[in-house]
Design a protein around this ligand. Structure first.
Ligand SMILES: CC(C)(COP(=O)(O)OP(=O)(O)OC[C@H]1O[C@@H](n2cnc3c(N)ncnc32)[C@H](O)[C@@H]1OP(=O)(O)O)[C@@H](O)C(=O)NCCC(=O)NCCS
Length: 139
């Protein structure tokens, strides 16, 4: 039996850069993020356009890029990856509408947002059949 392989992706996003892009082109918000991600970024008493909302959106953008890296699919559409926030605040990754075997962690501080995405890639199995990762486990 082969040992499991791991996939990993990470990304950092400058919050001000994403925020400026969202201010410049309002359509970008829904082009990049699902309705659920936007609602999650505004959870609690977080206001649209606030620093906290923008930092959370930047972290979710980083998670999409990190997922692309982890799966080796750099063209994975933004909406194919959705970060869902659990009741306890934990982020969970969904891929093309289904819960993913990938795990992610987000952080934002000092104007920067970060995401790390990891997954176990059992021999012969796919992490996400729909996303068809081009990562070869035994290489
Ligand atoms: C969760 C916690 C570690 C976050 O650390 P932090 O330094 O405040 O903030 P960071 O920027 O590093 O991380 C924020 C991210 O942590 C993640 N997070 C929140 N709760 C989490 C949890 N229970 N498990 C894993 N990740 C969690 C979220 O993705 C969050 O990003 P988001 O606000 O964009 O969704 C910190 O808030 C904590 O220890 N909380 C104690 C438990 C608590 O207060 N829970 C309240 C929920 S009811």
């Amino acid at each position: 039996m082969s040992a499991p392989s791991f996939v990993c992706g990470c990304d950092v996003v400058e919050v001000a850069r994403l925020s400026a892009a969202l201010d410049r082109r309002s359509a970008m918000l829904t082009r990049l993020f699902t309705a659920r991600e936007i609602a999650d970024a505004r959870r609690g008493d977080t206001l649209p356009g606030s620093q906290v909302e923008r930092a959370r959106l930047a972290a979710r953008f980083a998670a999409k890029e990190a997922t692309r890296k982890a799966l080796g699919d750099l063209r994975l559409p933004f909406h194919a990856v959705e970060v869902r926030t659990e009741r306890d605040g934990r982020p969970v990754l969904w891929l093309r509408g289904a819960a993913s075997a990938l795990s992610c962690s987000l952080s934002h501080d000092a104007g920067v947002a970060l995401a790390v995405v990891v997954g176990v890639y059992p021999h012969g199995a796919s992490l996400d059949a729909a996303a068809s990762p081009s990562v070869t486990p035994d290489r």
